[in-house]
Ligand binder design. Structure first.
Ligand code: NAP
Length: 479
């Protein structure tokens, strides 16, 4: 009998799982989505300028060729449109329960009891597709509640608030800030950008696709696939070695320094924007409009330490900046995987308890004593150099390969010794990666453990996830 599958989240991960179940003829699934629409991060991040810095021919499902991309790096509305297109084409929209947040999931010995505000239902399999960047991080700056102007997080953009003629503060300078700052600068009377740590920035070689190119992508056999493969290989062969401290480290640094020199003529500003840690330690920002925006007459870069937010603006160690709008581009609670859901395994332990020292999962997918629980874009599967959609597709294939096994044996779980060996291999691989090198980032916990990133080539990840589930998994006997 087909397993009953609960999928949590209708973003890139959850939709991919649902589509592949449909394609496999398994229709006994339900997608739980806490919001009123699908799209996950591409629904939530609608700030001006939001887009993807991985080309969409790669940042899209391999099975869904799409000739409609208007440019190499499309903005958020197009990516969201692509996900809507996929949900409709593969008939999964009708299986999504919108505005239904999963609060709790408990394994009762044979099933997952999944609780939403509407009640509790039993499922054979639970697939978590909530991603790593779904809960905004608001900074622990004193006084934020005292501010009398308008403030919001970049992932909760206030579209009703016109920025024309406003004095605006943007706190943060990561990928989100870099994309929104040029757009805010176009409208604001003055924009103060509060930078705590400079980022390495490389250019984004964007280009529009003309009608002929789009026709070619649509009609020339193999062209879209070849283009996708080319981008994938470039990322894998050039960018990955920079992160693993291989041959291209110097190249990446030179590229970033040249970009800074080309776009920022003022040596004082350049000095403020030059990081003192190796490129890739924090996520490299890929953007060509960020630096020019910072050189504009109505933009100032503030590098003093923020002391507090007051009713009128932002106070730093050097003075107060009066503003009427504050945008918190301060990132996400990235290391709290699956929170605030309570997920309880077969031994009565919650994942939060199990992960007190940092989240971990075999292949980033499975956890011992949590049978038939699978995660998409789980611990140690984020990338700093290639498309997450590739990783998600590997994970979905792995889950699909597990389904016949659990159909025969009942609930299955990854063996504890396999998990322990995985941890050791991960730690060894992590040692050569740049993320440990003297910087703080959303890739790691406060204690410095990298819980978010995958330390190997993605080709290796594909190989590992495509192995048959046996012997890594075992049937859960006695219940
Ligand atoms: P982020 O990279 O985590 O950046 C958060 C920013 O807020 C940092 O500049 C951080 O400074 C600053 N910040 C946090 N707390 C602060 C405080 N108390 N005081 C002052 N500054 C503070 O978040 P993000 O920009 O939203 O990006 C998150 C990730 O989303 C990216 O790395 C990327 O993977 C993804 N993303 C991707 C795209 C894309 O094009 N593919 C676009 C946007 C986002 P510190 O650096 O000093 O901590």
């Amino acid at each position: 009998m087909a397993p009953r599958v609960a999928i949590v989240g209708a973003g890139f991960g959850g939709l991919c799982m649902a589509i592949q179940l449909e394609r496999a003829g398994i229709r006994s699934y339900t997608v739980f989505e806490k919001a009123g629409d699908l799209g996950g991060t591409w629904r939530d991040n609608s700030y001006p300028g939001a887009g993807c810095d991985i080309p969409s021919h790669l940042y899209s499902y391999s099975f869904e060729k799409y000739a409609s991309w208007s440019r190499r790096y499309p903005e958020q509305p197009e990516i969201l449109g692509y996900l809507e297109h996929c949900a409709d084409k593969y008939h999964v929209r009708g299986k999504i329960r919108f505005s239904t947040e999963v609060r709790r999931a408990v394994f009762d010995g044979t099933h997952w009891q999944v609780t939403t505000d509407g009640g509790t239902e039993a499922f054979d399999v639970l697939v978590m597709g909530v991603g790593q960047l779904n809960r905004p991080h608001m900074p622990e700056i004193p006084g934020t509640a005292d501010f009398e102007g308008v403030s919001f997080h970049s992932a909760r953009w206030n579209h009703g608030h016109d920025l024309t003629g406003r004095r605006v503060a943007v706190i943060g300078n990561g990928s989100s800030a870099a994309q929104l700052i040029p757009r805010v600068a176009e409208r604001a009377e003055h924009l103060h950008v509060f930078q705590r740590t400079p980022n390495w920035v490389i250019p984004k070689p964007d280009a529009m696709f003309g009608p002929l190119t789009r026709l070619a992508f649509h009609y020339v056999p193999g062209l879209q696939r070849a283009y996708r493969e080319w981008i994938y290989r470039y990322a894998e062969r050039t960018l990955y070695p920079a992160l693993s401290q291989g041959w291209s480290v110097g190249l990446l640094k030179q590229r970033a320094l040249r970009h800074l020199r080309d776009q920022v003529p003022d040596p004082g500003l350049r000095a403020k924007l030059t990081p003192d840690y190796p490129p890739g330690c924090k996520r490299v920002v890929i953007d060509s409009a960020f630096y020019p925006a910072l050189t504009g007459p109505n933009v100032s870069l503030v590098t003093d330490r923020i002391v507090r937010v007051t009713s009128k603006g932002v106070e730093t160690t050097e003075g107060t900046y009066e503003v009427d709008t504050i945008v918190y581009a301060t990132g996400f609670k990235s290391t709290e995987f699956l929170a605030p859901m309570e997920v309880v395994g077969r031994e009565g332990q919650s994942l939060a308890e199990r992960w007190a020292g940092g989240a971990e999962a075999y292949l980033g997918i499975s956890v011992p004593a949590f049978p038939n629980l699978f995660m998409l874009y789980g611990p140690n599967t984020n990338l700093g150099h290639n498309s997450i959609v590739f990783m998600i597709e590997c994970q979905v294939s792995h889950v699909l390969a597990c389904l016949p096994y659990l159909d025969r044996s009942g609930p299955i779980e990854v063996r504890p010794e396999v998990m322990a060996a995985w941890r050791r291999q991960l730690d060894a691989a992590m040692d050569r990666m740049v993320w440990g090198a003297g910087c703080q980032s959303w890739y790691k916990t406060a204690s410095g453990r990298v819980t978010n990133n995958w330390p190997g080539p993605t080709t290796l990840y594909r190989r590992l996830t495509s192995r048959p589930p046996q012997p890594a998994y075992r049937a859960v006997t006695g219940g």
